[in-house]
Write a protein of this length. Structure first.
Length: 242
């Protein structure tokens, strides 16, 4: 693939120099511009149409989150990596669909992982078709971001406008609707069994008739018995018997 055109945005010259030096260690990246303000960053992006922007958050006048919002409105929207000294902005950053969130001082190994993510995002699908288990599901838990392997998720339930993601080790909460999570997990063996449940078929162990055509479903690693709506029973049994 061609070099990834990159712009660095930070109001601190030393931070820009440090990040530029680290990025230039990666042959696939080409730093085509730098900006010290949000306004200059938007102008550079409109002029040069970069593939990715490494974006500081705490800047005068227009901060990084505002810049990200405007970048998403461009016809050719770049990928965004937030690079900041402040961990408390992580949740807001991922709401702006950031590819990654780097903390200063920069860690070379973490930066290399970020570059790998950028390459995956920018490589045409026909060259590297997505494989189950190749991406993570980002969820918020106690003001931190966790990256879950979808294959480790037993099921997802929805109640009180909160989606609860159940794994073998811990449960997480997400503000995403069940429909949104279902779409994000469409490349994995998840199946809707009820308006309030999305299950990983790999963990299904038992399906028991209940009443009025409904069933109860049991999963490995969970003591809960989940209700299967009669509207989903036929399609579920077909899936399980393939």
């Amino acid at each position: 693939m061609d070099n990834i055109k990159t712009i660095i945005v930070d109001d601190e010259p030393y931070s820009r120099d440090e990040l530029k030096h680290l990025l230039e260690e990666h042959d696939c990246l080409q730093v085509i511009g730098e900006a010290a303000t949000g306004e200059d960053a938007l102008l550079l992006c409109m002029q040069h149409q970069p593939d990715v922007v490494f974006l500081d958050i705490e800047m005068p006048k227009m901060n990084g989150l505002d810049v990200a919002k405007h970048l998403k409105e461009l016809k050719k929207s770049p990928l965004i990596v937030f690079a900041t000294a402040f961990p408390n902005f992580a949740v807001d950053a991922f709401r702006h669909e950031a590819v990654d969130y780097l903390l200063k001082p920069f860690d070379e190994e973490q930066l290399s992982q970020t570059v790998c993510r950028l390459i995956k995002h920018l490589t045409p699908e026909k060259e590297t078709p997505p494989q189950p288990g190749s991406s993570k599901l980002a969820v918020e838990y106690e003001n931190e971001i966790y990256y879950l392997d979808p294959l480790d998720i037993l099921y997802i339930s929805r109640d009180d406008r909160i989606s609860r993601i159940h794994t073998n080790t811990r449960n997480f909460e997400s503000k995403f609707a069940l429909k949104d999570l279902e779409e994000r997990l469409q490349d994995y063996p998840f199946f809707r069994i009820h308006k309030s449940y999305l299950v990983n078929l790999n963990y299904v162990t038992k399906l028991t008739p209940w009443f009025n055509g409904a069933y109860m479903l049991e999963l490995t690693g969970s003591s809960e018995k989940l209700s299967v709506s009669r509207n989903y029973v036929k399609a579920l049994r077909k899936k399980l018997e393939l």
